[in-house]
Design a protein around this ligand. Structure first.
Ligand code: GDP
Ligand code: IMO
Ligand code: MG
Length: 428
């Protein structure tokens, strides 16, 4: 049986999953996205050129790698078309490297309208979604009224499905939310065009994966603390973001997974509302934001910043069965005199109660920190573990001890090659 890899974020997203998937994709036959939608923003930097992907898997830059959008992903026809166009305008033959499951639910204009009006009306209790219609699209999937990619090839029945869907949602938009309805004809025309684009890409992923002989890499989006079950509910996304979703969102089977790679930022960030125990609202937080360029890859919103939270990480490592960690954005810590790690929450050892919040997302627990000396030197050109400053090595060793998982690589810059040699880390 082939042995495959799942790559997932262990925090609140934007850990640097795109960089790791791009890096590891040189070793695999296929990269498959299994959940989320274009709420994701995965950044790849290769030879100074930056590419931000929202829906298309992060193996797309590699010739000979099949990139698959699995059934667990909700697909916006508009976002997929623009992303293909963006890549092809840069000379990347996206369509010849891409496949899309016929079972993907579509994200349509009515979903975006619902997402936006709900957030607007929620005021102080809003989730701070990306406004891409992701939540309403997943709701339609489980309500069994969604339009799927496979539906767009039969024009007549597709028109009927969209009419029924819009009938329902326009009632809610106009009568409950008091806003304008969404034009059903515009969506129908868009889908007729989209059908032409997607026809050669559409496939049954079960068959596709079965036919591949090499390793598969399953690319997660968001992070485990945004998981609809295990995250900081209700301040979460609407899909399961944990490793288990790699199976249900792709058509692979349980026994194909051999490795679960957790991507962890060396500190913590969060976009949108909700509890964040180790959040900093001081100079250190500003330094992290500024040095880490912490602005969302999808919405451009400022990311909230704080120290690394080992208490939360232990839980996400457990849920996902993480076998290896990649530690990202290590260079962002280069200027700190003192670096803190949240190891517990004061007077409350139960993480779920720490994460349960009042309606506006604020929380009542205080983090307990362990403090380590910073290295106060530039690590961006370091490529081997032995070259890292002593304090930096101490920090990594302490993390390994606290997390109980092997750290397979340390990222010290956005570009593909800015990695501290993992072999030397394993055998320092
Ligand atoms: P993803 O959603 O997990 O793929 O992460 P994003 O792409 O949203 O955010 C990560 C950001 O950090 C991107 O702008 C990356 O180019 C950048 N990045 C990744 N790794 C490093 C690193 O080691 N150091 C620095 N300074 N930036 C990094
Ligand atoms: P990547 O894959 C960070 C957050 C939103 C919001 C919550 C719900 O780039 O790590 P949604 O639009 O999904 O209904 O919003 O989830 N969120 C992300 N935060 N990175 C992401 O993706 C995210 N995708 C969604 O900010 O708090
Ligand atoms: Mg991102």
């Amino acid at each position: 049986m082939r042995k495959s890899i799942v790559v997932i974020g262990l925090q609140w997203g934007d850990e640097g999953k795109g960089k790791i998937v791009d890096l590891l994709s040189s070793q695999v036959a296929a990269v498959i996205r299994f959940q989320g939608g274009h709420n994701a923003g995965h950044t790849l930097v290769v030879d100074g050129a930056k590419t931000i992907l929202h829906l298309i898997p992060s193996g797309i830059l590699r010739e000979g790698v099949v990139n698959v959008i699995g059934n667990g992903v909700v697909v916006s026809p508009d976002a997929l078309s623009s992303e293909i166009e963006m890549l092809e305008s840069k000379g990347i033959p996206a369509r010849s490297r891409l496949k899309v499951s016929t079972e993907c639910p579509l994200v349509l204009s009515c979903h975006v309208a619902l997402d936006l009006v709900r957030e607007h009306k929620a005021g102080g209790t809003k989730i701070g979604t990306t406004g891409r219609g992701i939540g309403p699209a997943y709701e339609d999937k489980v309500a069994r009224r969604t339009v799927r990619i496979g539906d767009v090839f039969d024009t007549r029945s597709c028109i009927e499905k969209i009419e029924r869907l819009y009938d329902y949602h326009n009632f809610v938009l106009t009568k409950y939310h008091g806003v304008a309805p969404i034009e059903v004809h515009t969506t129908q025309e868009e889908l007729t065009q989209f059908a032409e684009l997607v026809r050669p890409l559409a496939c049954d992923t079960v068959e596709l994966l079965q036919g591949l002989s090499g390793q598969i890499l399953f690319e997660g989006a968001q992070g485990s603390l945004l998981d609809v079950d295990f995250g900081t509910y209700p301040f979460v996304t609407s899909s399961n973001t944990v490793a288990g979703a790699a199976i249900t969102g792709s058509g692979a089977n349980l026994f194909e997974i051999d490795e679960v790679i957790g991507v962890v930022k060396a500190y913590t960030t969060r976009v949108g509302a909700g509890p964040f125990p180790s959040e900093l609202n001081d100079r250190d937080g500003e330094t992290l934001a500024q040095r880490g360029q912490e602005f969302g890859s999808t919405t451009g919103r400022a990311r909230r910043c704080g120290w690394l939270d080992v208490k939360a990480l232990r839980r996400t490592i457990q849920i996902n069965g993480v076998t290896k960690i990649y530690l990202m954005k290590f260079d962002v810590l280069d200027t700190f005199k003192e670096i803190k790690i949240c190891v517990d929450y004061e007077g409350d050892s139960n993480i779920q109660s720490a994460f349960s919040s009042n309606p506006s997302g604020t929380l009542s627990v205080k983090p307990v920190y362990e403090s380590l000396p910073g290295w106060e030197s530039d690590t961006t050109s370091v490529r081997s573990y032995a070259e890292l400053p002593k304090e930096a090595q101490t920090y990594v060793e302490r993390l390994k001890e606290l997390l109980g998982v092997e750290i397979a690589g340390i990222s010290v810059g956005a570009s593909r090659d800015a990695m501290v040699n993992s072999h030397q880390l394993l055998n320092p």
